[in-house]
Design a protein. Structure first.
Length: 351
């Protein structure tokens, strides 16, 4: 695909949630965009008001509820769908995809495959064969070869306000990275490259766990020292678990790892941070989740990561305690007390 043929066609975005809508607007600075929304009412609302989720939508964004139309007009597609619906979305999209399509997803979550009759609650351990990143789901469900992912500290609200930000485009294909950069980059948005797509995906998923813990610390009223400790220990945990799942150390130390971790752990705008904060204030998980308009990926990630850590015998103390808080009734105070008492002597032992 030459850059001249790239510029003739619109770019597709699938999913009109906060992040999908913001990425559509960013892409629309450089290109025409077709934005897929499942709900016909959302399509009509964008067409009529040019506002969606409180954001003005660019006139270069054309909303549609027709996947076939999007796939036939766009060679480059950005799927931005929560991980729980990602595989189902790929199954619907797949009949319209060809090997010439390029897919760059922006989903921070895992997809899990379980034996017949089993649920995430009933299995005690998970292996890497059962836990897939979104790029692996794309390859399993479609003929697409050139796959990439977007990761990094991308808080939708700040990006929508055109505040300076950055993202990482990761792919095994340099061509995908260069196309992603060309489409996304503007005077307020920097794009970095990384060829360890799986490491970048895993970093983006695991950081959501530490973000919940950070929200909990804030909810308990703890200050910056405690948060600094949490973020640095959380980074170590991400590296251990990420390596067990097949990621490379470098991915965890870059913008998509540490960069995203620091941002999400410091942001009341982050959904995962909010979950932790409200848990610490004594609310029940069910009530918090029922109240949220968008999915906090971290809750499911804690479940999956805990069971992977058990299988690979990785010591993941923060993940383990959060699992107990979320699903076994431990209080946030008890979890924190345990973490503070646990005898850890070595600071960094993975370099």
């Amino acid at each position: 695909m030459t850059s001249s043929s790239l510029s003739d066609k619109p770019v597709g975005v699938i999913g009109a949630g906060n992040f999908g809508s913001v990425i559509a607007n960013i892409l629309a600075l450089n290109r025409r965009v077709i934005l897929y929304a499942r709900d016909e009412a959302v399509v009509n609302s964008i067409l009529n008001t040019r506002v969606h989720r409180g954001y003005p939508m660019s006139h270069h964004v054309e909303p549609t509820s027709d996947m076939a139309y999007l796939a036939s007009h766009c060679d480059v597609i950005f799927p931005m769908v929560p991980s729980a619906h990602f595989r189902e979305m790929m199954k619907k999209l797949s009949p319209y995809l060809h090997p010439y399509h390029i897919l760059i997803h922006g989903t921070k979550g895992f997809d899990i495959t379980l034996p017949e009759g089993q649920t995430i609650e009933s299995v005690s351990k998970l292996t890497r064969e059962q836990v897939k990143t979104m790029s692996e789901v794309i390859k399993e469900e479609s003929v697409v070869v050139r796959v990439g992912c977007l990761a990094g500290p991308n808080l939708a609200k700040e990006l929508a306000q055109r505040q300076p930000g950055a993202t990482v485009v990761a792919s095994h294909f340099n061509e995908v990275i260069q196309i992603g950069k060309k489409l996304l980059r503007n005077d307020r948005f920097q794009v970095y490259e990384n060829n360890d797509i799986v490491g970048v995906e895993i970093a983006g998923v695991l950081k959501n766990i530490i973000a919940i813990a950070s929200g909990a610390l804030s909810g308990l009223g703890y200050g910056e020292n405690a948060k600094g400790l949490l973020i640095s220990r959380g980074a170590v945990e991400m590296v251990y678990l990420g390596r067990a799942l097949g990621g490379d150390l470098k991915a965890f130390l870059g913008v998509a790892g540490i960069g995203d971790l620091v941002t999400t752990c410091n942001s009341p705008m982050s959904r995962n941070f909010t979950v932790g904060y409200r848990l610490a204030k004594g609310e029940k998980l069910e009530a918090i989740l029922a109240d949220m308009t968008e999915i906090a990926e971290g809750v499911n990630t804690v479940r999956i990561a805990k069971k992977c850590a058990d299988h690979y015998k990785v010591r993941a103390l923060i993940t383990d305690r959060l699992y107990k808080v979320l699903f076994e009734g431990m209080t946030v105070e008890e979890a924190l007390e345990f973490l503070m008492r646990y005898p850890l002597n070595v600071d960094i032992d993975f370099l």
